[in-house]
Design a binder for this molecule. Structure first.
Ligand SMILES: Cc1cc2nc3c(=O)[nH]c(=O)nc-3n(C[C@H](O)[C@H](O)[C@H](O)COP(=O)(O)OP(=O)(O)OC[C@H]3O[C@@H](n4cnc5c(N)ncnc54)[C@H](O)[C@@H]3O)c2cc1C
Ligand SMILES: NC(=O)c1ccc[n+]([C@@H]2O[C@H](COP(=O)([O-])OP(=O)(O)OC[C@H]3O[C@@H](n4cnc5c(N)ncnc54)[C@H](O)[C@@H]3O)[C@@H](O)[C@H]2O)c1
Length: 456
């Protein structure tokens, strides 16, 4: 009989990483409890991936139909709520099914008491191993006046009952671009104020340029390379002052959306009581087994800040859940986690970026292809914009990463992901006679170019 209440305790079990960790540990035969302070579903279902995509796809439809967006707005919101409620209910049913199999669900907020115990709303619970999966929170920078201005976060923006006439988006990352384009397509007048010189500053600058062109053509006003000075509340909304191209500018809008990144949600956990070390922004520091600095404590998902997307959270949850409940530890394999930005055109990536490969000292070659060069692209009235960068190890020809901008890049990236998973080389991808004429042929053609530059 164990000295602890449970074999494995998961903090944040209602989210993607936590629920995966809990069910993985159960498969290993562990007695598992999960603590959840909020509604079951986590960020992806309740206020992230799913509601944002429900709105984006709705705006696309309305645009195609040339419908009155303002009149359609309440229906779009009703659709978003329906999607969220359906998926949250499905998560609740999945949790209930696991409860039938012995999972203990503890409702409340967890805080560490020591390395093997947490208090759930004051009540102590102990476990041999603990998985931290508490997700992330919005970054709120220390900008004068911002706190008093009444800004929107992604969560409050997604749920607005009425669209603002004008929207000022602070930030130029994934979330900023998805939500800015959605708002524009719903008829809102949109400005983006971004600190970096490019949009999506972690990607190849050519990608940010394509997105900047597309957004500007839709009427989004872009300010890149800015320094935010302050924000003031006005009678109609908010006003942001910033430096742009050496001069001072000010933009007023009815609503201000904060999209300056997310940071690990670890503040209230009292990690010091458990001897768990944190890194930049409060990320729980983990090794390749998703093990924290205390040997029987693991972490998974946004709280580790490795890559804040849901498929990464699930891969980390599987690894943490397994290692928390097994004496045969497995290292995480997150080499192949594709991800996408759901703008139009979409942006997708798998594997290492060129900058990451360089930083890791990999000897690689990169081939690029402009989507407009493709025969299939000629068949789209008005043309299509995009590109592919494909990278492979110089000696072996093995594919190590790709970037893609294309209308359906979120779908198209998966053939590169499969090739990478199977250890494929550029020549293997080039060898597949792709359906003609389709935009996915860009993979075959870029791979052909790359195959001629590398060893195999
Ligand atoms: C607007 C938006 C759009 C996004 N779109 C996409 C997308 O299209 N594709 C994609 O892959 N990713 C997307 N993401 C990112 C994705 O949602 C996250 O990476 C993912 O949901 C993180 O999962 P998680 O399990 O780490 O955290 P969460 O799902 O946030 O789970 C953490 C859980 O812990 C609970 N919790 C926190 N503290 C405690 C505590 N002390 N005690 C008990 N419980 C606690 C919370 O209530 C929550 O249920 C988006 C994010 C946003 C904000
Ligand atoms: N499709 C998806 O997978 C998806 C969609 C939305 C969000 N997400 C995830 O949610 C998280 C949050 O998204 P995000 O777009 O906010 O984060 P992000 O890190 O992609 O972008 C933040 C942006 O804000 C800028 N910035 C940060 N601090 C600033 C400051 N003080 N002044 C001016 N600019 C500043 C950065 O340069 C960057 O461009 C990300 O980790 C992302 O992966 C994913």
């Amino acid at each position: 009989m164990s000295a602890y209440d449970f074999d494995v305790l998961v903090i944040g079990g209602g989210g993607s990483a936590g629920f995966t960790a809990a069910t993985t540990a159960m498969k290993n035969g562990a007695r598992v409890a999960m603590v959840e302070s909020g509604r079951l579903g986590g960020l992806c279902i309740l206020a992230g991936c799913m509601p944002s995509k429900a709105l984006i796809h709705s705006a696309d439809n309305l645009r195609r139909q040339n419908a009155d967006r303002l009149a359609a707005y309440p229906g779009v919101q009703e659709f978003r709520r329906g999607v969220v409620d359906f998926l949250a209910q499905r998560r609740a049913q999945a949790v209930a099914a696991k409860q039938q199999q012995g999972l203990e669900l503890l409702r409340g907020r967890a805080r560490f008491l020591d390395a093997h115990a947490v208090a759930v709303d004051g009540k102590p619970v102990s476990a041999a191993s603990i998985v931290i999966a508490t997700g992330s929170v919005e970054v709120v920078p220390d900008v004068p006046g911002l706190a008093q201005s009444g800004y929107l976060t992604s969560e409050t923006f997604l749920a607005l009952e009425r669209p603002p006439r004008s929207l000022l988006v602070l930030g130029g990352g994934t979330m900023a671009l998805e939500l800015a384009q959605y708002a524009r397509r719903m008829g809102v007048s949109v400005s983006i104020v971004q600190r970096g010189q490019a949009l999506l500053s972690k990607e190849d600058p050519a990608i940010g340029q394509i997105l900047a062109q597309c957004l500007a053509e839709e009427g989004v006003e872009l300010f890149l390379g800015t320094k935010l000075l302050d924000v003031t509340k006005t009678a109609d909304g908010a006003r942001a002052r910033f430096i742009h191209q050496g001069g001072e500018r000010a933009i007023e809008a009815e609503a201000l959306l904060l999209s300056l990144g997310r940071r690990p949600n670890s503040d209230g956990l009292d990690l010091a009581a458990a001897g768990v070390a944190t890194g930049p922004g409060g990320a729980v520091t983990v090794d390749q087994f998703m093990r924290a600095s205390a040997p029987h404590i693991f972490a998974a998902g946004d709280v580790t800040a490795r890559l804040m997307v849901v498929n990464q959270a699930i891969v980390e949850g599987q690894c943490a859940g397994h290692n928390a409940s097994s004496d045969k530890p497995k290292a995480i394999d997150d080499r192949v986690v594709p991800r996408a930005v759901f703008t139009d055109p979409q942006v997708a990536r798998v594997g290492l970026s060129a900058a990451q490969a360089q930083a890791a000292g990999v000897d690689f070659r990169q081939a690029s292809y402009d989507l407009a060069e493709l025969g299939a692209a000629q068949t789209y009235p008005g043309g299509v914009r995009g590109l592919m960068n494909l990278r492979a190890e110089a000696k072996s020809g093995r594919i190590i990463g790709a970037d893609l901008v294309a209308p359906e890049a979120s779908l198209m990236i998966h053939d590169v992901a499969v090739a990478m998973k199977l250890g494929g080389a550029a020549a293997d991808l080039a060898d597949i006679p792709y359906v003609h004429p389709c935009l996915a042929e860009i993979s075959e053609l870029t791979a052909g170019r790359l195959a001629r530059m590398v060893g195999r």
